[in-house]
Write a protein that binds this ligand. Structure first.
Ligand SMILES: [Zn+2]
Length: 219
């Protein structure tokens, strides 16, 4: 079996050729400036979800956060947690001044599956005494799970999972507005927030429409 790292290094060589080698002077000028992305994208760490490839975005176009199950935690102060995603939100909105934040969920999400299966405790402490970081993290979307179980109690587990994958994006969208600096930016028309969903099998991206309250084809 070929070493996957070799393919990656060849890709790096192609990047050097395409981006840097073909017009070195232009690249140097571009690279000497500060970043100024207009869009922040929050997507899953899933290897099939790559927002730059899915949107043909170039270097400098997207300020990216990728985490397990593309979750946004609620605004919470305190030193007892490492608020990676919250720090990225603060930087994107208060320093970079992005005009859009897009949360992109996806089908077949392992993080949401773990939430729905319910075998990862919110405390993180497992039955054998070990600790799972995934447990407390995916419980950010617990409200989505409860909504699905209440509204679709008779649906098959895989159907409930599909609904929860979308519903959890809306929980994260709501959590965005719990950050005071995001609320202010929205109220002053400096920022718009969006919920997208990538259907891996079809390659379609859907966008949440607040009027129809459904995910519709991205226009
Ligand atoms: Zn995922």
């Amino acid at each position: 079996m070929a070493d996957p790292l070799k393919k990656l290094i060849q890709g790096y060589r192609d990047f050097r050729h395409d981006y840097v080698g073909t017009n070195y002077a232009a690249y140097r000028i571009w690279a000497s400036g500060a970043q100024d992305p207009r869009i922040m994208m929050i997507s899953c760490s899933d290897s099939r979800v790559n927002p730059s490839i899915l949107t043909h975005a170039g270097l400098g176009d997207l300020f990216n956060v990728q985490n397990v199950a593309n979750l946004v935690p609620p605004y919470k102060q305190g030193q007892n947690s490492h608020h990676s995603t919250s720090a990225a939100l603060e930087y994107a909105v208060t320093v970079l001044g992005v005009a859009h934040i897009i949360i992109m969920g996806h089908s077949g999400c392992g993080g949401i599956k773990a939430l729905m299966q319910g075998n990862l405790p919110e405390t993180g402490i497992m039955a054998d005494g070990s600790y799972s970081f995934i447990g407390p993290w995916v419980h950010i979307a617990d409200q989505a799970k409860q909504q699905v179980l209440q509204q679709y109690p008779d649906a098959k587990p895989d159907e409930q999972l599909k609904i929860c994958e979308k519903q959890s994006v809306l929980i994260s969208l709501k959590n965005l507005t719990s950050f005071p600096f995001i609320e202010t930016a929205i109220n002053t028309n400096k920022l718009k927030i969006h919920a997208w969903f990538f259907e891996i099998s079809s390659g379609d991206i859907l966008a949440y429409d607040h009027k129809s309250e459904k995910f519709e084809a991205l226009q």
